[in-house]
Design a protein around this ligand. Structure first.
Ligand code: AMP
Ligand code: MG
Length: 321
């Protein structure tokens, strides 16, 4: 029997009983549990096989509820919260004393977001506690953007996926931390850098593990298909590097004419980066199930969400050798 359901009351009952429920958001599906239930939070790490050094994002229903999670809010953080929430932005701020250490990997900061999805906002409003919800995929796998993706990953591990349709934005939230009250981007994501800078001015980006110990979980290799993946601006030349291989192409706006291609997915025939972002992970899920030898992905324009998508594809294609 399918674990996908639209029954919010059932989700409330499970979450109130230390169980996990996968929830829809506008970015990706999350694997949610009560932040104050040690049992539920342990289950999140165990189910995802996520290392404990990788902290979780707390989801709340409103800016008011957010104020109860954090202890200090710089002026620019409050401005960002009021401008972009509900929305695809996560703020990392000094935590309140009552936030358990297991949520924050022992750090004195906590990541918080108000997601922009009507089903999950209703759920959060009805629950007496916030939800910790990392992406609902096994550690290092592709994030889920449809209820079916979660079901495929976790049908034997969790009791319910709350169905909210396909995720509109399709990549993870943009994470913003603060140093000396100034915003710093820890993770590029579904809210474009340009939109943030239009509100608070220029912001620095520190999204590499090597240079930012304040952003745990920013791994070089992440978000990966099982199939070897290559990111390139020159698809036709890259095809020549894989003779006699079964090749899948992830193209931005137009197909590549080559008889050496076994499968091809176009992200947006109208060159729309928002549309491309919403389809990116579903395309990777599809290509990853075709038994290909290699996925060759076309580099996107380095602007707006293109920059965030290139970041994900770079981490998907990272090899340490
Ligand atoms: P996910 O929920 O899978 O999208 O990943 C959450 C990410 O949020 C983690 O991998 C961290 O990079 C980031 N994060 C969560 N909490 C903190 C924190 N307290 N400080 C810095 N980064 C955080
Ligand atoms: Mg994740």
């Amino acid at each position: 029997m399918s674990i996908i359901s639209k029954d919010i009351q059932k989700a409330i009952a499970l979450l109130s009983n230390d169980e996990l429920v996968a929830i829809p958001t506008e970015t990706v599906y999350g694997l949610a549990g009560n932040i104050f239930s040690e049992k539920a939070i342990q289950r999140i790490f165990k189910t995802k096989k996520r290392p404990f050094f990788n902290p979780l994002i707390v989801h709340v229903s409103s800016v008011d509820a957010f104020e109860e999670i954090v202890s200090e809010v710089p002026e620019k953080a409050r401005l960002l919260a009021h401008t972009f929430w509900p929305g695809s932005m996560t703020l990392v701020l000094k935590k309140n004393k009552n936030i358990p250490d297991i949520i924050t990997a022992g750090k004195d900061t906590v990541a918080v977001r108000v997601p922009n999805h009507p089903v999950t906002l209703e759920l959060l409003q009805k629950l007496p506690f916030p939800l910790a919800a990392p992406s609902a995929n096994p550690f290092n796998h592709i994030s889920p953007t449809k209820a079916e993706h979660v079901e495929r990953y976790f049908k034997n591990d969790i009791k319910m996926v709350l169905d909210g349709g396909a995720c509109k934005n399709g990549i993870e939230s943009t994470i913003i931390g603060f140093e000396n009250d100034e915003p710093i981007i820890y993770r590029l994501g579904a809210l474009a850098l340009e939109d943030i800078e239009a509100v608070v001015g220029a912001v620095a980006i520190k999204n590499k593990k090597a240079t930012n110990p304040d952003a745990p979980g920013m791994l070089d290799k992440h978000y990966s298909p099982k199939t070897q993946t290559v990111l390139t601006a020159t698809i036709l030349a890259e095809i020549e590097n894989h003779p006699n291989k079964k090749i899948g192409i992830l193209a931005f706006k137009s197909p590549f004419k080559s008889d050496k291609i076994s499968a091809e997915i176009i992200l947006s025939t109208t060159s729309n980066l928002q549309e491309a972002a919403s389809k990116l992970y579903d395309a990777l899920h599809q290509l990853d199930h075709l038994d290909l030898d290699v996925i060759i992905a076309e580099k996107l324009p380095e602007t707006g969400l293109g920059k965030s998508m290139n970041d994900r594809l770079q981490r998907a294609s990272f090899t340490s050798s």
